[in-house]
Design a protein around this ligand. Structure first.
Ligand SMILES: [Fe+2]
Ligand SMILES: [Fe+2]
Length: 397
């Protein structure tokens, strides 16, 4: 098994890291990539304003998740659990115990690579792992790197590869931190990482979360969910805006409701229940057991209390999973968009898409009918609000 090891302070993890990680996985044909955020790097002090290690781990986890290769890219807190300076030679020995037969590749940028012989116990490190150094053709001293590769091979018998990265992102963490402090630089970050920074007011940012641009609102919402969910959320936004324009609802309200509708989807049952308690959401018996139903209620609460959304958006999110009797136009739009957005695939979705633009009530009714049939098939209890929504729509016909 080939494992890439990507160390660094990840302060913050940015698109440069992401490009390099993606490229290394392919070029080295890695089975796994481990990001290892350093507690205290040996070569430098962490600058003032550096977020707590937990926040750097959380941001790196978001970045790894956004590589969209599942468990193959992970974050290890191994260096954070160890006291004192984070020496790579200690890290590699710890990893060796965990993976006795793995082939390791240590990934690093040019500045680290060119000073490798001055590291703590380089021989110990190089006996355990290959080194893959990233060269950016425009800005890095490629010849010096090739020379260094030769030297390390000769001196330590090291396995060394110089990887020529595609020129995509050129940013140093130092410059990025300074830009963030000025309220700039988000274009160098994966949107979900930027959202995490905004929500936690890191690097001197102090955004008013109740007055975010759509772009920043998306970033915050995306930072709370798994990257594999983003396609669905983006599809729901697209569809909700289209439906709003078609049926004469406020497209910007539809947009914001869609952006936030699933933001608590990945919270644990315990976290969902805590939020319900915090925001005074009263639950029935079924909801206490079927935690899957809770994300619409907690999502609505976050939309209102964290992002300052008005009541009609709150309601649209609150009812997006079950529906209810007497739904408003905005509620019907989000319910339907969530059901049939472009990335959804299931039997009957085409009929739903047709109805959504010809008879919205009929689309919601079909959605309720399909949900009820699906629950019955799986011998799951049907939520009473869905039954009430169906009966209400049938009566209207
Ligand atoms: Fe949902
Ligand atoms: Fe959804």
């Amino acid at each position: 098994m080939k494992i890439g090891i990507y160390g660094g302070t990840f302060n913050p993890p940015h698109l440069g890291h992401m490009t390099a990680a993606r490229y290394a996985m392919e070029a080295l044909e890695l089975d796994e990539l481990l990001f290892i955020p350093a507690a205290l790097p040996p070569h430098k002090l962490l600058p003032g304003g550096t977020p707590a290690p937990e926040a750097r781990v959380a941001m790196t986890e978001i970045l790894a998740d956004n590589l969209l290769c599942g468990e193959r890219a992970r974050v290890s807190d191994l260096e954070l659990r160890r006291a004192g300076k984070s020496y790579s030679s200690d890290t590699i020995l710890e990893l060796r115990r965990e993976y006795p037969t793995a082939e390791f590749w240590f990934l690093m940028g040019s500045d680290m690579f060119l000073t490798l012989q001055q590291w703590h116990e380089p021989g110990k490190l190089l006996a355990q792992t290959g080194v893959a150094a990233f060269a950016r053709t425009k800005s890095d001293p490629v010849t010096a790197m090739e020379d260094q590769a030769q030297r390390l091979r000769k001196t330590y018998g090291a396995q060394v590869k110089v990887l020529h990265l595609p020129e995509v992102v050129e940013i140093s963490s130092t410059r990025l931190r300074a830009a963030l402090e000025r309220g700039e630089g988000s274009e160098f970050l994966c949107p979900s990482v930027w959202g995490y920074i905004l929500m936690h007011q890191l690097y001197g940012t102090h955004a008013d979360l109740t007055a975010l641009s759509d772009r920043d609102l998306r970033a915050c919402s995306y930072s709370m969910v798994k990257a594999k969910r983003l396609r669905h959320i983006q599809g729901t936004e697209e569809e909700a805006v289209r439906l709003a324009l078609h049926w004469g609802a406020d497209p910007e309200k539809a947009r914001k409701a869609a952006i936030l509708h699933d933001c608590t989807k990945y919270l644990s049952g315990k976290e969902q229940l805590q939020l319900c308690e915090k925001y005074g959401i009263v639950l029935d018996d079924l909801e206490r057991r079927a935690v899957k139903l809770l994300h619409s209620k907690t999502g609505a609460a976050i939309a209102k209390h964290v992002f300052g959304m008005p009541d009609d958006i709150y309601d649209a999110i609150f009812w997006h999973t079950t529906g209810k009797a007497d739904m408003t136009l905005l509620e019907k739009i989000l319910y339907t968009a969530d059901y049939m957005e472009p990335s959804r695939e299931f039997d009957g979705v085409e009929r739903l898409r047709e109805l959504a633009y010809t008879d919205l009530d009929a689309a919601v009714l079909l959605g309720c009918d399909m949900s009820i049939a699906d629950m019955e098939e799986r011998h799951q209890p049907v939520h009473r609000n869905t039954l009430e929504a169906r009966n209400w729509l049938r009566d209207r016909k």
